[in-house]
Design a protein around this ligand. Structure first.
Ligand SMILES: *[C@@H]1O[C@H](CO)[C@@H](O)[C@H](O)[C@H]1NC(C)=O
Ligand SMILES: *[C@@H]1O[C@H](CO)[C@@H](O)[C@H](O)[C@H]1NC(C)=O
Ligand SMILES: *[C@@H]1O[C@H](CO)[C@@H](O)[C@H](O)[C@H]1NC(C)=O
Ligand SMILES: *[C@@H]1O[C@H](CO)[C@@H](O)[C@H](O)[C@H]1NC(C)=O
Ligand SMILES: *[C@@H]1O[C@H](CO)[C@@H](O)[C@H](O)[C@H]1NC(C)=O
Ligand SMILES: *[C@@H]1O[C@H](CO)[C@@H](O)[C@H](O)[C@H]1NC(C)=O
Length: 939
């Protein structure tokens, strides 16, 4: 009887728990953080049910804000909060979402002196899953202890479970007052995709009838539309007539929002508004996207025209696009939006002004602005992550087990190891929970960790029997269950794995466990005589079956070996661990590639006897080759060696096989076989950048050069910032930038100079300076101490090569560095005299000027005056945006408007130097005098 009662109670508690964390019928989740355990209430304004956060998180402490900060008019949502004094990462887990669907995430913050210290935290970070959402900078919302802030993002969720995490960045204790989740139709906000999320900067409803924030139920998606009016400049317009809905509506602004609009008080005036860039820790100038909503609210005479120019930033400040727009007919929805961020700046100002054709002033109904957030980080395999969370919950593990188990590496869960393959999500490979006071039985969730290799649960108080499903984990090679209270016998599946040698099980000191050398028959007899009749025949069967499988296995192995000898090329993993797990399917083959070590014989086969030479590298020849699967590779071979540096070579090769970035030439493997050392790289069919610059190939157009500059800068930035410790390339030059078939640039030879420069004759070899004449940082030459800024210097030289198409050391009439040559000409304002004539005029002079300026900053004599690679990437990004520009990036929600008329007035006006200075160095942009309307987003 007893077990059934337990079952019933379990079911009941489970279902209560279930409903409390379940989205409501509309798919909404509305959490009032810090509310008492099971408490919930109906919000007066929205009639939505808000629930306590207790079921969504298992850390933090609930608090009430100080009573003096209760808002008589405010929502109840912010009276309590949850504070997270412990741990770096603390998370809320939102379940039962629809994987692949678009959601609004909204977090609310009000400090209200909850801790009695009268000291707000300065800032902390917010993440959605493994992707950075935003910094929560309390000063954005004013200085008061009671200022309230709301942050919203539109994100496509990759799984049905998403965690929202607060990260303590050492600037105060993170807290949160409210967390809301609202599903969106997939077609809404087309700019938000699986790779890109949107962070709301502002959403305004112009001239509403009353000054309240419009939200649910007026807006079925419960977006917050903040009222906005400016009586000194704008007149309000409104209608009670229905605004028509349209078949395809990408934004579905609520009708009540569209029924009101503003127009200038002065009929010949304009509507001007804007925003300031809101800096993020790693992104001082985020890129912005906007949506402007227009609906004609006035029934116009037949030949009356309302038409206006929408201009972003006037040309005297920054080259902004202008778009001429005519709202669709009476009460029809219209909008204008962009899909790619505008050129980055610190201030953005829209001016909406009637055209000369227009008989009526401009209007504006609503406005939304977002910055983009990349959402390309991939969290732990979802099945692994769910299993890990279940294990954590079952054993109430007290560790840093919060958020994603493997990502980022720096916050990976203690007592776990993960594998990070090039393709696919991280996987959990080892768990060591030895001596953690675990009790209860062995969780079946362990069996869901399909990539698990090593499981240690020794020295706990685990009871019950050993689950047989563990035997189905193909990669599992070691289980340690010793020093527990387990009983029963070792299940058949595991016995089989032990016998075929694929699994090592330790189980000593489990007094009740039946094993060969344990008197478990006695125990079994006492419990149930039947057991013997079952166990004994079973054992016999087990022995027979395992012997049979052993024979089969041996036969198969022989067959396999025979078969493989017939193949042209077979490549076997070299280290033992790989040998053991190499029959584990797709994941293992990925891991194999990652750590591949070749023998000299294999290289011979791959390169068909070192037949075709691709080029001469710094330390030997490079050969063309094909792996057994047909992948083309480049094999760099050093034919003779001394003992010096071998250890470094191996160590570095191991590291480099783990470094992956789309702008670094991927290393597929390496060889250290007797005296032979070699590296196997991905094949780059278009050769070196230098070949293209020197005109061996057809000359590259400017846009291509710019992309190559940006891509190689990103590769270097990754070496400097993505690697720990930072990798200094030490030989950045145009021959070390390779191009693939799509002319995408990748950096080659990174990090290896250290191991190889001992032998290199081609380098300058005074003391230990390495590098190539023309590219070497003078400061490095003086101090013999390479820094990341030495790479920046060399990269600046590459930029000059791209702009000028000239060699790095010019020889007319006497040798002169390209830096010197460009500086002299630019000092006289002569950009045209510098630019590669082979580009003809297929370039934007402002952008070329800006790139030249970046190059000269990079090649500053002292390193402190040089930018970092991250700065360079940001500035080159702007150049690409300027060059490729949103010229074609205008979208309207209606079909009667011309799509192709965003254009940069400043480009035509030839004020090149002014524009480029402003664009390049945004700090020089002065604050305009117009009211930007940047007051806090209150409601
Ligand atoms: C907050 O206030 C409510 C109502 O006044 C009370 O029931 C609750 O216990 C308080 N919570 C905390 C954490 O003090
Ligand atoms: C927070 O914002 C203020 C002003 O907007 C800024 O000065 C400060 O650097 C920001 N801090 C962080 C950590 O983003
Ligand atoms: C404010 O306006 C909205 C929409 O027009 C309306 O639903 C609401 O009742 C109004 N509230 C007040 C207090 O007038
Ligand atoms: C209206 O705006 C125009 C152009 O901005 C300006 O010249 C004129 O003085 C303004 N009239 C009034 C009444 O403010
Ligand atoms: C509006 O923009 C068009 C196209 O850029 C331009 O030709 C025209 O002069 C502008 N009109 C006004 C009044 O600014
Ligand atoms: C097992 O549990 C007992 C009683 O709760 C405790 O005293 C003992 O230390 C535990 N042993 C291990 C290895 O955790």
């Amino acid at each position: 009887m007893a077990p059934r009662w337990w079952l019933l109670i379990l079911c009941l508690t489970a279902s209560v728990h279930h409903t409390r964390t379940q989205p409501d019928s509309k798919g909404f989740i509305s959490i009032d953080c810090g509310l008492q355990g099971e408490e919930s209430y109906v919000d007066e304004e929205t009639k939505l049910v808000y629930v306590s956060d207790a079921a969504f998180t298992d850390t933090g402490t609930p608090y009430n804000i100080s009573a003096e900060y209760f808002r008589p008019w405010g929502s109840r949502n912010v009276r309590s909060l949850r504070s997270f004094p412990d741990g770096v990462r603390n998370c809320y887990t939102l379940r039962s979402l629809v994987s692949g669907l678009k959601y609004i995430f909204r977090a609310t913050f009000l400090y209200g002196n909850y801790d009695g210290l009268n000291q707000r935290p300065v800032s902390f970070d917010l993440y959605i899953g493994v992707n950075f959402w935003t910094v929560v900078n309390m000063s954005w919302w004013g200085s008061g202890q009671d200022s309230m802030g709301t942050l919203e993002a539109i994100v496509v969720v990759p799984h049905d479970l998403v965690q929202v995490c607060l990260i303590n960045t050492g600037e105060g204790t993170p807290f949160i007052s409210g967390l809301e989740l609202r599903p969106l139709k997939m077609s809404l906000y087309p700019q938000a995709t699986a790779e890109v999320g949107l962070l709301l900067r502002s959403r305004r409803n112009y001239a509403p009838i009353n000054e309240t924030t419009m939200r649910y139920p007026d807006d079925p998606y419960d977006r917050l539309w903040i009222p906005w009016s400016r009586a000194t400049d704008w007149a309000a317009m409104s209608t009670t007539a229905r605004v028509d809905s349209v078949d395809v509506d990408y934004f579905e602004a609520p009708m009540a929002v569209l029924q009101t609009a503003v127009t200038p008080l002065n009929a010949s005036g304009s509507i001007t508004f804007g925003w300031n860039a809101q800096p993020q820790p790693n992104n001082p100038l985020p890129g912005y996207l906007t949506v402007l909503h227009f609906v004609e609210l006035q029934l116009l005479d037949r030949d009356a025209v309302r038409q206006f120019n929408i201009t972003l930033n006037d040309e005297s400040r920054f080259p902004g696009p202008t778009y001429t727009y005519t709202p669709p007919g009476y009460l029809n929805r219209g909008c204008v939006y962009n899909s790619f961020p505008y050129p980055r700046g610190s201030t953005y100002i829209f001016t909406i002004k009637a055209t000369t054709n227009s008989m009526l002033p401009p209007i504006l109904n609503a406005f939304e602005v977002f910055s983009v957030i990349p959402t390309t980080n991939v969290g732990t395999d979802i099945q692994d992550a769910s299993a890990a969370m279940a294990i954590k919950a079952k054993y109430k593990v007290q560790k840093n087990w919060m958020g994603d188990p493997c990502f980022p590496k720096t916050m990976a869960w203690d007592s776990m190891n993960c594998s990070y393959a090039t393709a696919g999500p991280p996987r959990i490979t080892t768990i060591n929970l030895s001596s953690n006071g675990l009790d209860g039985d062995i969780s079946s969730s362990f069996a869901n960790l399909k990539a698990l290799k090593y499981l240690n649960l020794s020295n706990n108080n685990l009871t019950g029997s050993i689950p047989d499903v563990l035997s189905q984990l193909q990669s599992l090679t070691d289980i340690d269950l010793s020093d527990n209270q387990l009983n029963g016998s070792i299940p058949y599946g595991l016995l089989k794995r032990i016998q075929d040698g694929s699994l090592n099980l330790r189980h000593s000191n489990n007094p009740n466990l039946c094993t060969e050398d344990n008197s478990c028959q006695l125990v079994a007899k006492r419990k149930n005589k039947l057991a013997i009749y079952v166990v004994v025949p079973l054992l016999v069967i087990v022995v027979i079956v395992s012997m049979a499988t052993l024979v089969l296995f041996l036969l198969r192995r022989r067959k396999k070996q025979k078969g493989s000898m017939n193949n042209m090329v077979t490549i076997k993993p070299q280290n033992e661990e790989e040998m053991r797990t190499s029959h584990g399917g797709a994941n293992d083959s990925l891991r194999l590639v990652e750590n591949r070590r070749f023998t000299y014989k294999e290289l011979e086969m791959i390169t068909n006897g070192f037949e075709r030479v691709l080029g001469q590298g710094g330390f030997g020849r490079v050969y063309d080759g094909f792996l057994e699967d047909g992948t083309q590779v480049a094999v760099k071979l050093r034919s003779h060696s001394s003992n010096q540096g071998i250890k470094e070579f191996l160590a570095e090769a191991q590291i480099l096989t783990r470094i992956h970035h789309k702008n670094l030439v991927a290393m597929i493997g390496y060889c250290k076989d007797g005296e032979y050392m070699a590296l196997v790289y991905e094949y780059m069919s278009q050769g070196t950048l230098q070949m293209h610059i020197a005109g061996i190939h057809e000359s590259l157009p400017w846009r291509q050069r710019l992309r190559i500059a940006l891509e190689s800068a990103q590769g270097l930035e990754y070496l400097h910032k993505g690697c720990n410790p930072p990798l200094i390339h030490r030989d950045v030059k145009s021959t070390n930038i390779l191009l693939n078939a799509r002319l995408e640039a990748k950096i080659a030879d990174f990090g290896l100079s250290k191991a190889f420069d001992y032998y290199n004759e081609n380098y300058i070899s005074t003391n230990t300076i390495v590098g190539t004449p023309g590219y070497v940082d003078p400061e490095y030459q003086a101090t013999v101490q390479p820094t990341t800024k030495s790479d920046v210097y060399s990269f600046g030289v590459v930029l000059l090569e791209l702009v000028t198409g000239k060699p790095v050391i010019l020889s007319d009439p006497e040798p002169k560095s390209i830096i010197h040559w460009v500086r002299q000409r630019l000092a006289r304002g002569n950009i045209e005299g510098v630019v590669d004539v082979r580009m003809h005029d297929g370039y934007n002079v402002n952008v070329v000027w800006k790139v030249a300026e970046i190059a000269l900053k990079c090649t500053a004599h002292t390193s402190v005056h040089r930018p970092t690679m991250a700065d360079v990437v940001a500035q080159l990004q702007e150049c690409v945006e300027l060059e490729e520009g949103p010229t074609r990036d205008v979208n309207t929600c209606d079909s009667n408007n011309d799509y192709s008329r965003w254009n940069y007035n400043a480009y035509a006006s030839g004020k090149s130097t002014d524009v480029s200075r402003n664009a390049a160095f945004q700090t020089e942009l002065r604050m305009p005098t117009v009211d930007l309307g940047l007051a806090p987003a209150t409601r």
